[in-house]
Design a protein around this ligand. Structure first.
Ligand SMILES: *[C@@H]1O[C@H](CO)[C@@H](O)[C@H](O)[C@H]1NC(C)=O
Ligand SMILES: *[C@@H]1O[C@H](CO)[C@@H](O)[C@H](O)[C@H]1NC(C)=O
Ligand SMILES: *[C@@H]1O[C@H](CO)[C@@H](O)[C@H](O)[C@H]1NC(C)=O
Ligand SMILES: *[C@@H]1O[C@H](CO)[C@@H](O)[C@H](O)[C@H]1NC(C)=O
Ligand SMILES: *[C@@H]1O[C@H](CO)[C@@H](O)[C@H](O)[C@H]1NC(C)=O
Ligand SMILES: *[C@@H]1O[C@H](CO)[C@@H](O)[C@H](O)[C@H]1NC(C)=O
Ligand SMILES: *[C@@H]1O[C@H](CO)[C@@H](O)[C@H](O)[C@H]1NC(C)=O
Ligand SMILES: *[C@@H]1O[C@H](CO)[C@@H](O)[C@H](O)[C@H]1NC(C)=O
Ligand SMILES: *[C@@H]1O[C@H](CO)[C@@H](O)[C@H](O)[C@H]1NC(C)=O
Ligand SMILES: *[C@@H]1O[C@H](CO)[C@@H](O)[C@H](O)[C@H]1NC(C)=O
Ligand SMILES: *[C@@H]1O[C@H](CO)[C@@H](O)[C@H](O)[C@H]1NC(C)=O
Length: 434
């Protein structure tokens, strides 16, 4: 290969004199330090070259505090056992443009992305404000926005991932055994709503996300079909967040959507539309099992506990029922829910200024199917049939409306027969735990 010679040279310059390993290499003898143009040019070619040279058993270094212009996308999809030391500050183009790709596509076994513990270093600056502000009135985000990063690995990690003003979706996690810690995502806007700035979209198994801060304008975490064994703990999420979500599941009616063993614990939720949320499509199929939200502190949250199994079109072309279909979806199945626990919630319901800037339809997408909201609802549970929700358990739910009115509940079809430990009577009205 073209770079073999160079990579051997790099290798020799920093080769540790350790014992050679016979099994899969865990050592990273190669090292590529990425040069920077210091803001005078596009550094993407130099970055791409480093990823090609140091594609395996390597450490790739973005130098401490150094600025890099990443004006074109980076695809490093043939990595193996690589550490990316992200100590520099990256800058995407400052103007709004169109490109529907992933800006960073990282793929391969054993990828460790290690940011900087220094709060000023290791940031990816995407300049999303220009994109948010270019969104037309009542638009839901302009077309062809790039996702920031696809991180597809096994036995890998993301530490100190820092993202400022992401254009839209931050990180898509795919694969197995991935640890995320100390992430900081900040999508606070000084203008228009930061649509679809999801924190972590998960389609992976054995994932652990902790000790992170996610301020954004969509799901902090969205656990999607095919995800199993996911823990999300000790995090702070907020701003215009759409919370800790499972789903949406079952949009494609002919496919099974399964998720299991998902645990959210010790999370503070500030000013969000949702705290804990489950969303599956009417007429979808599959199973969601063993899912817990525990020790959740909500402050000024519109829907602290929310479940719908009867999700349908929200009116936008982006949330249509299927490709080109906007009505007539057949309600012939449900994504079954089993063994769900919500425990130890404290805090306040947003009664004074419910919702957020993503309300661009009438009714708001988040109010569809809920005609009589009082914004005193601590709990909303909508099951698609009287047998599609099983073993739900709510305990120690101390959530009060800002108005100091009694907390209320909307509850449909979580039957006492299948949900003996529900903790309250499943009907609309005052929330009175039993
Ligand atoms: C960038 O600036 C640093 C510090 O001033 C300097 O050491 C380095 O050589 C510069 N790099 C380039 C490519 O000009
Ligand atoms: C991917 O990397 C392996 C070695 O790690 C190499 O054999 C293969 O040719 C590379 N494939 C591409 C498409 O670069
Ligand atoms: C998960 O990945 C880590 C490296 O990030 C590794 O140390 C650990 O052994 C892996 N766990 C399993 C069960 O493979
Ligand atoms: C429900 O109907 C859709 C559309 O006809 C079909 O694709 C799906 O397989 C059906 N689901 C079940 C469980 O029969
Ligand atoms: C989803 O779960 C169902 C019920 O356990 C099972 O029949 C189906 O094979 C699973 N599908 C996938 C894709 O995991
Ligand atoms: C439920 O999920 C949690 C979190 O992933 C896991 O620790 C626990 O073992 C699971 N319980 C069962 C019965 O599978
Ligand atoms: C509550 O959250 C909403 C929506 O984010 C915000 O407009 C409002 O200012 C917040 N109120 C308080 C008291 O923090
Ligand atoms: C935007 O949507 C709101 C709510 O539906 C509506 O009142 C307003 O007229 C719309 N504005 C435009 C420019 O379409
Ligand atoms: C409970 O409230 C929901 C949402 O407003 C409504 O669709 C449903 O009909 C109500 N149920 C009863 C029995 O009034
Ligand atoms: C409740 O379940 C019944 C029976 O499964 C179903 O016919 C009905 O549509 C469900 N109610 C709502 C409001 O979804
Ligand atoms: C569930 O709904 C069906 C009608 O769809 C009804 O025959 C049945 O009695 C209901 N079961 C319970 C426990 O409410």
């Amino acid at each position: 290969m073209l770079f073999t010679r160079i990579s051997i040279c790099l290798c020799l310059s920093s080769l540790a004199l350790g014992a050679p390993s016979s099994k899969r290499s865990t050592e990273r003898p190669h090292r590529c330090v990425i040069p920077s143009s210091n803001g005078t040019a596009n550094d993407s070619p130099a970055v791409a070259q480093a990823f090609a040279k140091c594609a395996s058993d390597s450490v790739i270094v973005f130098q401490d505090g150094v600025d890099y212009n990443i004006f074109t996308p980076i695809a490093a999809t043939n990595l193996s056992n690589v550490e990316i030391k992200m100590s520099g500050n990256l800058h995407l183009p400052q103007k709004y443009y169109r490109d529907g790709s992933y800006w960073f596509k990282l793929k391969g076994p054993n990828i460790d992305y290690t940011g900087s513990a220094n709060v000023n270093h290791g940031w990816i600056n995407s300049y999303g404000q220009a994109w948010w502000d270019a969104n037309p009135v009542n638009g839901t985000g302009i077309d062809s926005r790039p996702h920031l990063m696809s991180f597809q690995t096994t036995d890998g990690s993301l530490k100190y991932f820092k993202s400022r003003k992401p254009i839209a979706w931050n990180v898509q996690l795919q694969g197995d055994n991935i640890t995320v810690s100390h992430a900081f995502i900040d999508a606070e806007s000084t203008g228009s709503f930061p649509f679809n700035t999801d924190g972590f979209d998960v389609t992976a198994t054995n994932v652990h996300i902790s000790d992170s801060v996610i301020y954004n304008g969509d799901d902090a975490i969205a656990v999607q079909s095919g995800s199993h064994n996911v823990v999300f703990e000790r995090n702070t999420i907020g701003y215009q967040s759409h919370g800790m979500s499972i789903g949406s599941l079952g949009q494609t009616q002919s496919e099974f959507a399964n998720v299991s063993n998902i645990h959210f614990e010790d999370v503070t939720v500030i000013d969000a539309v949702y705290g804990s949320r489950f969303k599956s499509w009417m007429g979808g199929q599959g199973i969601a099992k063993n899912i817990t939200w525990k020790n959740i502190r909500v402050y000024n949250v519109t829907f602290p506990i929310f479940v719908t199994q009867s999700y349908t079109n929200q009116g936008s072309s982006q949330t249509q029922l299927g490709n080109g279909v906007t009505s007539g979806r057949v309600n012939n199945a449900s994504v079954m829910m089993e063994d769900f626990v919500w425990s130890d919630f404290t805090g306040t319901v947003n009664s004074w200024r419910p919702g957020d800037g993503s309300c661009v339809t009438d009714p708001c997408w988040y109010d569809v199917g809920l005609p009589d909201l009082k914004h005193t609802e601590a709990v909303i549970i909508e099951c698609n049939t009287n047998s599609s929700c099983k073993n739900f358990e709510l305990k120690n739910i101390e959530i009060i409306p800002q108005t100091m009115a009694e907390p209320t509940v909307v509850c449909i079809n979580a039957t006492a027969t299948l949900n003996p430990d529900l903790g309250f009577d499943c009907r609309n009205g005052t929330f009175s735990p039993n």
